[in-house]
Structures are given as structure tokens and as C-alpha cells.
Write a protein that binds this ligand. Structure first.
Ligand code: IMP
Ligand code: MG
Length: 173
């Protein structure tokens, strides 16, 4: 069940997304930006972020998963991969949350093997204390504790993704 008050309400989320988009717009001036969303979790963050970025860009997606309910199973499966040629692209990989780092590490290596012009990573939430694989993060929305959270694209058992805020979830209290 959902526990307590939201960690981040919709206004806080939108404010932070705009700040990140502002920095990204500056950093990617004159570049060939491709914003890749890691689905399904990042769909909402990706959509909000690109809407606020003020430089030309294209979008694509990767569908990958390593999670079974609230447990990471450590294995990453890719169900859909980027269709664009990456050799002339400045790729910005967008993810909802980084936990152990296993998913992002796998996807990062996969993208790097296609030799993009550059690759940076943008995550909305960072559960730093849970990290098992170290990954360079270029843009981070918020650092959070290790509690399981839902909303703003994040799910438990594929539910709660539609909430416009982020809130802690516990299986039972
Ligand atoms: P990692 O591979 O352990 O870094 O896990 C990353 C993936 O786990 C994310 O893309 C999410 O799908 C999922 N995940 C990790 N923590 C949470 C959480 O608190 N709520 C919802 N999903 C989470
Ligand atoms: Mg995800």
C-alpha cells in the first residue's frame, strides 16, 4: 500500500524537470541530440523532459527490464532497441530511477557498443545507497533513500504509474 504523504508532489517534480531541461538545453546547443527513454518507467519523465528542452532533438526508446515485483533479479532483458544509427548522435539516456545500477549499466554498455558520438545519462531518482554497479550520472533529479517508491511512471506490479506525484510503497504495513 501507499504510505504517508508524497515524497515529491507534482509541482516539485515539474520544477525539477524544468531545471534539468534548462541545463540540458545549454549543454546540447549545436549538438545532434537523441533523447532515449528507458521504458516503461521513464515514459512520463521522458515526455516532460523533452517538452521542456529548447534545442532540436529526436526521440527513441529502449524497453528493458530487470525487475520482478519489488525484487531485482539481476538479469536484464531487452524487448525493443533503438532504431536510429547512433554514430552521429549525442545520446542522452533517460531513466526514471537508478537502484543497484544493473539495468542502466547493461543498457549503457549496449549503447556504447554502437559507438554514439557521445553518451550521457539522466535519471530522475537516485537510490545511491543501494548501488552495486558504479555508473557515471550526468543529470540527477533527486537523491532518495532506499524505500520503494511509486508514481510518476514508477510502478509496483505495473500499477501506480499514472500518479502525478511520487510516494513510498510498502507491500504490507
Ligand atoms: P536497478 O537495475 O537495480 O538499478 O533497477 C532499476 C529499475 O528497477 C528501475 O528502472 C525501476 O524499474 C526499478 N526500480 C528500482 N527501484 C524502484 C522503486 O523504488 N520503485 C519502482 N521501481 C523501482
Ligand atoms: Mg525503469
Amino acid at each position: 500500500m501507499v504510505v504517508g504523504k508524497p515524497l515529491f508532489v507534482a509541482e516539485q517534480i515539474q520544477q525539477r524537470v524544468k531545471e534539468l531541461a534548462g541545463r540540458i538545453s545549454k549543454d546540447y546547443e549545436g549538438k545532434n541530440l537523441l533523447v532515449v527513454g528507458l521504458l516503461r518507467g521513464a515514459f512520463m519523465f521522458h515526455a516532460d523532459l523533452v517538452r521542456s528542452i529548447r534545442v532540436p532533438l529526436s526521440v527513441d526508446f529502449i524497453i528493458a527490464a530487470s525487475y520482478l515485483k519489488a525484487e531485482s533479479c539481476g538479469e536484464v532483458r531487452v524487448y525493443y532497441d533503438i532504431r536510429e544509427d547512433l554514430t552521429d548522435k549525442d545520446v542522452l539516456l533517460v531513466e526514471d530511477i537508478i537502484d543497484t545500477g544493473i539495468t542502466l549499466n547493461h543498457v549503457r554498455e549496449r549503447i556504447l557498443s554502437r559507438r554514439p558520438k557521445s553518451l550521457k545519462i539522466c535519471v530522475f531518482l537516485d537510490k545511491k545507497e543501494r548501488r552495486e554497479v558504479d555508473i557515471p550520472l550526468d543529470y540527477v533529479g533527486f537523491e532518495i533513500s532506499k524505500d520503494f517508491v511509486v508514481g510518476y511512471g514508477l510502478d509496483y506490479d505495473d500499477k501506480f504509474r499514472n500518479l502525478p506525484y511520487i510516494v513510498v510503497f510498502k507491500k504490507s504495513v
